[in-house]
Design a protein around this ligand. Structure first.
Ligand SMILES: [Zn+2]
Length: 64
């Protein structure tokens, strides 16, 4: 069963949805914003998480 979790890109800190077990999942997904490879433990599909209310659950200190 596909699962989703949320977190920041380690490169550009964009909020991402990590979708595990969906079509297009890969072990070396690329961030849709900065196009850097994000290392994951399981096959994951990355989506930018900026498209709706209630998605920013992870508090991340923004580096300015
Ligand atoms: Zn990124």
């Amino acid at each position: 069963m596909p699962t989703a979790r949320f977190g920041p890109c380690p490169h550009c800190t964009t909020q991402l949805s990590f979708l595990e077990g969906v079509n297009g999942s890969t072990l070396s997904p690329k961030c849709p914003r900065c196009h850097e490879v994000v290392s994951v433990q399981r096959a994951t599909f990355l989506m930018a998480d900026n498209s709706g209310p209630g998605t920013r659950r992870t508090a991340v200190a923004k580096v300015t």
